[in-house]
Design a protein around this ligand. Sequence first.
Ligand code: ZN
Length: 326
Amino acid sequence: MFLVSRRERLAWAGTVLAKVLPGPLLGRHRIAFFLRADSNLYGSVGSRNIEFRFYDLLDPIAELVARLQQQQPSLLVAPASMLRLLADLQREGRLSIRPDKLVSVAEVLDPLDQGIIEKAFGQRLHQVYQCTEGFLGATCAHGTLHINEDVVCMQKEYVDREAGKFVPILTDFSRLTQPIVRYRLNDLLTERQEPCPCGSPFLAIERIEGRCDDMFAFPSVSDDRQVLIFPDFITRAIVAAASEVTAYHAVQHAPGEMELALEVDDRHREASQSAILQALRALGERTGSQPPHVAFSAYRHAPGDRKLRRVERRFELEQSGGDHAV
Ligand SMILES: [Zn+2]
């Protein structure tokens, strides 16, 4: 969509690393960077003190584990779904690494995954927020995501002002090839209510919730419109209601049809499912909507095959202009 020169891309990779490298740049770093094979962005990073290894998300997991085991990275950068898989392996004793810093990139980080990853590695999980158009922000030492307002200007188009939920509008004059002016991202962010203890004046984000077009649409109970439901509400209906669930994937296929894949011990499956149905009914009552029928299935996810979105809508909304977010 935007032309980007090689120089800009390398500068971008450098910015990411400078923001996320633990300790002074003079220290020694062993970096493990997971990406899809078709990306040629990072090939040229490396120096005497920095050992940079590229890991292809599509390589067999046994191979990735063997290489990680051998490299013993001090910095591990990967999409949340890969970090989650590595965390599971670490917990099972099939992987043994001790990174000083963990960074999640490229996928929406679900609070459920964040907790499991942080526990498995005994480290706070940091985040880099990026989009096709560039590097937008990173977490500070306190784990708060700050927008790079020294480089990009982010305006807020509020979807729910009270809850602080907004769609970012981006302007970036720092780019040499093609400045970005008032570009609307397809992301849904929640702003942080209190200032961050780190003292940074840059915009602080509580959570990247997901993509705007992954908002679920439940039929309204009072008219023929659809009520837009934030991805976060779906996440909470599942995670808060059923604490035994260790992974999930919620897909709305049609206004009246939702599929929910759950990773949960068989002993707890039935109770978890009915608790979730109850939470969805409560969500419907709160929002004046009719939750769709839920088809439960077993959870499976092959890492790397596509970006993981735990809450996903797979049909287009009718452009009636009558949809309202709650
Ligand atoms: Zn901060």
